[in-house]
Design a binder for this molecule. Structure first.
Ligand SMILES: O=c1[nH]cnc2c1ncn2[C@H]1C[C@H](O)[C@@H](CO)O1
Ligand SMILES: [Zn+2]
Length: 384
């Protein structure tokens, strides 16, 4: 038996393995039951379904459009019920609890504060409500014997004009639960350079940011995000594949931009299920993550929107294990990559890797070895 097959993780091991999540939208991860309850409490009557199971299916199907623009339309329903302090606290608390339950030990969860002002909250009140929810969720997880740390990323919507204001907000709440900044929304027609003032401000403040780029639009968007805006990470970045040639004999040639991304260890926040829904990839088996992992790009695995994709970190890994035969070693590689790429300080990242991620995988691997040894010695005894 090769070590590849011997360490193929079971669904239970995948769930228990310590996972690190860098790209997850707060407004894309609500529990369907919570949406129904919040809509009822707040008198929001536009939900397409009021049965939680059917609503969950509706989100996945509506998001399965093959177009990022149509995928994004589904967020109008989640954002609609996230307009009060209590709703934001609840959604953030449940997010942290759900991630912890799924074995996520560190997460950076993003949302756009400017989309949560319709109930009269200020930008600061939105950030404080979400932070309160994350802290509650972390504490509840701890009571259940689970360990998770959640940091917030503040997103500015790329079609709007509030990026500098949101960047300033992210800077004000730095070390107070917010670990960085992002821009999201429809990519085509909204280049990241429109928000250069925000990125330049953050660089001057020595702050961190990621940019959704190379998802619905290709290399020019990635190039701008890196070389004009100075992004620390790429949200998706999957289209970097357009700059990689794979020849018939299996040899590979990287273009200048792909080389830069790999040489500089630019983290790619890959979100396989989401890419299938927006048309950025056509199947799990053909998803560029397989090649990017083989070529040692700084690839990470992410959920993007758990509600719209009916997914979780465990589900993403299960599908990757099925498609590419990944082992616990591969899972550890992705998780260490993600932890290295997080926006918290270096010493804290290192501590997470050495005290949480690596020991977690070592334990799972030793469990497996123990079972193997027990079954081998059992059969030897029977033979004897
Ligand atoms: O995958 C995505 N690409 C671009 N924008 C996205 C994606 N997923 C969610 N968003 C948008 C919709 C949300 O309302 C917003 C903030 O989380 O970010
Ligand atoms: Zn996203």
């Amino acid at each position: 038996m090769t070590s590849q097959t011997t360490t193929t993780p079971t669904p239970d091991q995948i769930r228990r393995a310590p996972k690190v999540l860098l790209h997850d939208h707060l407004d894309g991860g609500l529990r369907p039951g919570t949406i129904v309850e919040l809509a009822l409490e707040q008198g929001y009557s536009q939900l397409p379904e009021t049965d939680p199971d059917r609503l969950g299916v509706w989100f996945r199907e509506a998001a399965d459009s093959g177009s990022l623009e149509r995928y994004l339309e589904t967020f109008s329903h989640t954002v609609a019920v996230m307009q009060t302090h209590d709703a934001l606290v609840r959604v953030a608390r449940e997010c942290a609890e759900d991630l912890a339950e799924d074995g996520v030990v560190y997460a950076e969860v993003r949302y756009a504060p400017e989309q949560h002002l319709e109930g009269g909250l200020s930008l600061e009140e939105v950030v404080e409500a979400v932070n309160e929810g994350f802290r509650q969720g972390e504490a509840l997880a701890r009571e259940d014997g689970r360990r998770i740390r959640v940091g917030a990323l503040l997103t500015a919507m790329r079609h709007a004009a509030r990026a500098l204001e949101i960047a300033e907000l992210a800077n004000r709440y730095r070390d107070l639960g917010v670990v960085g900044f992002d821009i999201a929304g429809a990519e085509a027609g909204h280049p990241p350079t429109r928000h250069l003032d925000a990125f330049e401000y953050l660089k001057r403040e020595n702050n961190h940011f990621t940019i959704h780029a190379g998802e619905a639009f290709g290399l020019p968007s990635i190039w701008q995000a890196l070389q004009w805006c100075g992004a620390d990470r790429l949200g998706h970045g999957v289209r970097i594949i357009d700059d990689i040639q794979v020849h018939e004999d299996g040899s590979v040639k990287l273009g200048r931009l792909a080389s830069y991304v790999r040489d500089k260890r630019i983290p790619l926040e890959l979100c396989p299920s989401s890419n299938l829904q927006t048309g950025a990839a056509s199947s799990f088996a053909e998803h560029p993550i397989g090649l990017l992992r083989r070529l040692h790009f700084r690839a990470t695995v992410n959920t993007d929107n758990r509600l719209m994709s009916q997914t979780s970190m465990s589900r993403e890994f299960e599908r990757l294990v099925d498609a590419f035969g990944y082992t616990l070693d591969d899972m550890q590689w992705f998780s260490v990559n993600a932890m290295k790429s997080a926006f918290i300080p270096f010493d804290e990242r290192l501590a997470m890797i050495n005290d949480v991620v690596k020991p977690g995988y070592a334990e799972l691997k030793s469990e497996w070895l123990f079972k193997q040894t027990a079954s081998t010695s059992g059969s030897a005894a029977e033979l004897g």
